[in-house]
Design a protein around this ligand. Sequence first.
Ligand SMILES: C[S@@+](CC[C@H](N)C(=O)[O-])C[C@H]1O[C@@H](n2cnc3c(N)ncnc32)[C@H](O)[C@@H]1O
Length: 228
Amino acid sequence: MVTTYTPQTAKAYQQTAEISIPEMDAALTIARGMFGNLEGKLILDFGCGTGRSSRLLHQWGAYRVLGIERNRQMLAIAESLPSPGIEYYHAGDARLWEYSEHCAAAFTSFVLMEVPTREELAEIHNTIARILLPGSVYVAITNNADALPYESEHISIRPVTGFTGKSGDQFLDRIKGEHQFEFIDHYWTRQDYNDILRNSGFSIEEMVAPKNAKGEEFPYLAIKAVKL
Ligand SMILES: C[S@@+](CC[C@H](N)C(=O)[O-])C[C@H]1O[C@@H](n2cnc3c(N)ncnc32)[C@H](O)[C@@H]1O
């Protein structure tokens, strides 16, 4: 089980990131639609990990992508892969101050559920708000608390011992298959995201959970917000 990324777990993450998982693909499809036209734009990918989401933004038409990541093992893998149009920065890099009000859109792709406290969620969104131009779209893909616990042939998301349904409580996320991968995530509700984003200067436009053929929600949520 992983709570932070080591060289081994960062490599395992990249292997699972290459696999198509229907629940995640459905959330990414919604996110793509929420962005609208990305042509010619500089886009922030906060928590870019091994670069999967940065590469996607470039495929979706972004002219330039700024990938920001705090884990050096994840960053090293991102930098080792072909990255046309992408520049990666460590989250502590002072050069990021030069990007205040520079980006025309921002993405957090499977990041917010890893964040253990409300304070850190606020800090992340304050940084994103600072880097975005006013009026820009911010899209987040995160866990959908209303669909947890969740079990399918591809993923399992279930509470750990001591879970009480309180915001910030821990869940164990498991990606099944050849490159099985487990990670501790945190329980944040639609209301939590709503409060945190508003406090950081965003208006919420949509929160959409993809659904299966029976109309049941998948365990991911796509949020579209606009920086005021
Ligand atoms: C599950 S990975 C997702 C990576 C990528 N966005 C993707 O879609 O594959 C979440 C990443 O967010 C990063 N992260 C979490 N909190 C962060 C923070 N406060 N600052 C920068 N990166 C952060 C983690 O280190 C991790 O690499």
